[in-house]
Design a protein around this ligand. Structure first.
Ligand code: GDP
Length: 364
């Protein structure tokens, strides 16, 4: 081979022809074509056709905090609105360990046995605080997660509880437009999040456990008042009697509450999600309620009230964001807070000063 070092000058040295090195990139690797951005019309068309991939991508936009995503998301939601509303929306709440995932798995299969499609959404305030979500893991619902007619979406994690809840409500619209006629909204029973879920569902189901005999003490009155049905889970084996006792305690406690606006007296049932006992009765109760409130007009009334609620919530949230994200306000906040803590300024004067600055700025 021709090479300067192969001349007679360099004895004992032969330079061989090298071999071409293979590419370090696998030739079989197909370059993924960059996904073309979908237009609003394409999103809407895909969703209305029931395409779950398009639906998931739209939900991702809804959840995104980027303004350019929000613009598209809002347009998609608006165009999907006429196709939405045709579902029953069930809120399911209970403390961690109450058996929500186990129950939703069997509830889901139960409602799907009649046909239709089910979307399971979640509102999980813990995902915001700890970044770890209690309700985030899809595999918690083993059977449902592989069911072809189900769509499970973990809780959106960005922003305040109000923000998270708003995104879930918007996702409901998209799911309904995609033909999901049953919507479950799951939440951890730890306070505020129930109010948010209650404000977007037709039936609010509270899952309770029989415990130490003083069940009622741990549960906040407000949450009980919200419930359209209370169910005591794990009514199986040794626990059956305690579950029945807990149910009767809840029943008598409910008697003390005024009749809800729906005209429906909340019922208390026992069941076992794990052993699939009493699940049919729970759903018969829910379907009875839906028939009852559809007949007396409360179904429509509640949905209208919810729409109004979300309008005001949305205004409140945007005003709050606009205020707290304002640069001048952010700097001044610290200063005023210190003033209040040192006792130089009352809380009200501090708030007034800050709001004055904010509103003056708006007028400029
Ligand atoms: P979540 O935190 O509310 O979602 O609760 P899980 O569904 O994860 O259930 C918590 C634990 O309770 C798990 O170990 C379940 O197996 C168990 N569990 C759930 N439902 C039942 C039931 O009906 N009976 C019994 N005995 N155990 C149950």
């Amino acid at each position: 081979m021709e090479h300067p070092e192969n001349s007679g000058e360099y004895k004992g040295l032969i330079v061989n022809q090298g071999i071409e090195q293979p590419s370090s990139v696998s030739p079989y690797l197909k370059r993924k074509p960059k996904r073309r951005k979908r237009s609003v019309a394409e999103f809407v068309e895909g969703i209305v056709k029931g395409d779950v991939t398009v639906l998931s991508q739209a939900v991702t936009l809804v959840e995104s905090v980027k303004p350019e995503h929000q613009i598209i998301a809002q347009e998609v939601i608006e165009k999907c609105l006429p196709y939405s509303g045709n579902s029953i929306r069930i809120g399911i709440s209970g403390v961690p360990g109450a058996g929500k995932s186990t129950s939703i798995d069997v509830f889901g299969l139960h409602v799907l046995a009649k046909g239709g499609k089910l979307a399971v959404l979640a509102i999980d305030p813990s995902s915001e605080r700890s970044k770890g979500s209690i309700l985030g893991d899809k595999t918690r619902m083993e059977k449902l997660s592989v069911h072809p007619k189900s769509f499970i979406r973990p809780s959106p994690s960005a922003g305040s509880l109000g923000g998270v809840a708003r995104k879930t409500r918007e996702t409901i619209v998209l799911c309904e437009a995609a033909g999901f006629d049953k919507i479950f909204v799951e939440t951890v029973g730890v306070g505020q999040s129930e109010t948010a879920v209650h404000s977007m569902v037709d039936f609010f189901l509270l899952i309770q456990l029989a415990g130490t005999g003083d069940e009622l003490q741990g549960i906040k009155r407000g949450i009980m008042e919200m419930a359209d049905g209370i169910v005591i889970n794990k009514a199986d084996g040794d626990n059956l009697d305690r579950a029945k006792l807990a149910a009767s305690q809840f029943r008598s406690a409910l008697h003390l509450f005024p009749m809800p606006d729906s005209g429906w007296t909340p019922q208390v049932l026992t069941y076992s999600g794990f052993y699939n006992i009493g699940v049919k009765e729970v759903w018969d109760m829910i379907y009875n309620y839906i028939d009852f409130v559809k007949d007396n007009g409360y179904f429509e009334y509640r949905r209208n009230e919810q729409s109004k609620y979300w309008m005001y919530e949305s205004i409140n949230e945007q005003l709050r964001d606009s205020f707290y994200q304002d640069q001048r306000i952010q700097t001044l906040l610290q200063e005023k807070e210190q003033g209040v803590l040192r006792g130089n300024l009352t809380s009200f004067a501090a708030a007034k000063d800050l709001l004055d600055v904010y509103f003056r700025q708006l007028r400029q």
